[in-house]
Write a protein that binds this ligand. Structure first.
Ligand SMILES: Cc1cc2nc3c(=O)[nH]c(=O)nc-3n(C[C@H](O)[C@H](O)[C@H](O)COP(=O)(O)OP(=O)(O)OC[C@H]3O[C@@H](n4cnc5c(N)ncnc54)[C@H](O)[C@@H]3O)c2cc1C
Length: 416
């Protein structure tokens, strides 16, 4: 049985694993990536990437972002969001209200089959060894050393390292092993994704659409344009609500597509491509521990999905970047203890992402009140300055914080 030694083992080669690996390679830290699938592989997702995804890719290597921006036929540039309030009224919010000819679209949509394969293709480096189509048999942690037993192409390996990174998604084996639990059911949502061709009425600048249908609040149905006239259509609803209301998510989604007056006519000649598939969304509604003795959790394994928007790709890449920086610090001091990793990882993750996640949790709660949503959209539809304020909230966190304050709604009410 071959024995391998390295500094860090990364389980999972999705955005979180790729983000960790890019920056470990930058720091010259040897690591082994173990992935159970073979790339290109699919991942159930809405396929919408925000500016945070672009930011991390750019930090890893600006040339990679240039490649993405140079291929709009694969990475479809998106310039904004259309919100459809529970009363059916729609509101277009551009991401860059004051753009110039040089401005690049802040977001893009791309099937995960393509995005993840792009990221995977950037991982090879002299510091990175990758095993795909590999099975993690066991993970053991004795103080100061993590041991993973893995099988690959009929050969069993024992890999030892100083630290293991759980980048293995919603059903993280690393999370289960170290925290003795899966995701917290109270904080999770479930989503369905379908690919359609032939949907009409898409925005000319590829705005992504969030339909806050009354029966799904605080979740929503989305329609995201994709390259080649395709669209990603899906629903995401809190697990708690699904259980309480005994919702059949698939039926609810197909019912909305067939009968909702804002949606159904657009699907008159649409065709479903492939199967409707589902997956869990571990939302970042609580600040859970994301590391411990000899381990670090990233992306979905760390429950870092934005509770309002459902966005997780950016936070997966971002947390991977922070995990690599934490490992650099730990390696420099040869200290992989829970206390040290907390100080260089958990504290940093929540310092950078905590406010944003907290605010999105509040917004998600506010979405339970359809009248409030209708009120803001009705007002914004009539007020260019309010639309502009909401646009700026995508990039300005201080401004976004206003959304969680009663004074914001009071000012709208009295038209200031
Ligand atoms: C329906 C739905 C819609 C969504 N829409 C969006 C969206 O539009 N935009 C957005 O930003 N986010 C969206 N998300 C969230 C986003 O998909 C996730 O947050 C993101 O994929 C997290 O990346 P990750 O690398 O942590 O995990 P994953 O992308 O799940 O990657 C984990 C990797 O680990 C591998 N793995 C798992 N277990 C093991 C194991 N035991 N051994 C080895 N390898 C393993 C998997 O094969 C996979 O390659 C959506 C999620 C869902 C479910």
């Amino acid at each position: 049985m071959p024995n391998l030694h390295t500094t860090a083992i990364i389980i999972g080669a999705g955005p979180a694993g790729a983000g960790t690996s890019f920056f470990l390679s930058k720091y010259g830290i040897p690591h082994i990536v173990i992935e159970k699938e073979t790339f290109p592989r699919d991942k159930v997702c809405g396929d919408a990437c925000s500016g945070k995804t672009a930011l991390v890719i750019n930090r890893a290597n600006p040339e990679w972002l240039k490649e993405i921006l140079a291929e709009p036929q694969a990475f479809l540039p998106s310039w904004g969001i259309t919100f459809i309030a529970p009363n059916g009224r729609s509101l277009d919010i551009p991401f860059s209200p004051n753009r110039t000819a040089e401005t690049k679209a802040p977001g893009f949509t791309v099937p995960r089959l393509v995005l993840d394969n792009f990221l995977f293709g950037k991982m090879p480096s002299p510091h990175c060894t990758i095993f795909q189509n590999a099975t993690v048999e066991t993970i053991e942690n004795i103080p100061g050393k993590v041991t993973v037993a893995m099988s690959h192409e009929g050969i069993g390996y024992t890999i030892t390292a100083s630290v293991i990174v759980g980048a293995d998604g919603d059903k993280s084996q690393v999370r289960k092993t170290f925290l003795n639990e899966s995701t917290n059911p109270k904080t999770s949502a479930v989503g369905l994704r379908a690919y359609y061709s032939g949907i009409t009425g898409m925005h000319r600048e590829n705005f992504i659409e969030l339909h806050f249908l009354p029966e799904m609040l605080p979740g929503y149905l989305w329609i995201f344009p994709l390259p080649d006239g395709m669209a990603n259509v899906g629903v995401g609803i809190l697990s708690e609500r699904i259980r309480k209301k005994k919702i059949n998510l698939r039926e609810q989604m197909l019912h909305a597509i067939a009968t909702n007056p804002m949606i159904a006519p657009r699907f008159a000649n649409a065709r479903l491509a492939g199967k409707i598939q589902g997956c869990g969304l571990p939302l970042g509604t609580e600040q859970l521990p994301v590391s411990g003795d000899g381990f670090i959790l990233t992306g979905d394994a760390a429950c870092l999905i934005d509770p309002f928007s459902g966005e997780g790709i950016g936070n997966a890449l971002y947390s991977g970047m922070l995990a690599a920086a934490a490992i650099k610090e730990a390696a420099a001091r040869n200290n992989y203890s829970a206390a040290f990793l907390k100080s260089v990882y958990d504290d940093v993750v929540y310092k950078r992402l905590g406010e944003e996640l907290k605010l999105s949790t509040t917004l998600q709660r506010l979405c339970r009140f359809p009248w409030l949503f209708n009120f803001v959209v009705n007002k914004a539809a009539r007020s260019a300055s309010l639309r502009n304020t909401i646009s700026c909230m995508f990039t300005d966190m201080d401004l976004r914080e206003q959304l969680s304050k009663p004074s914001f709604y009071w000012k709208i009410l009295i038209n200031r």
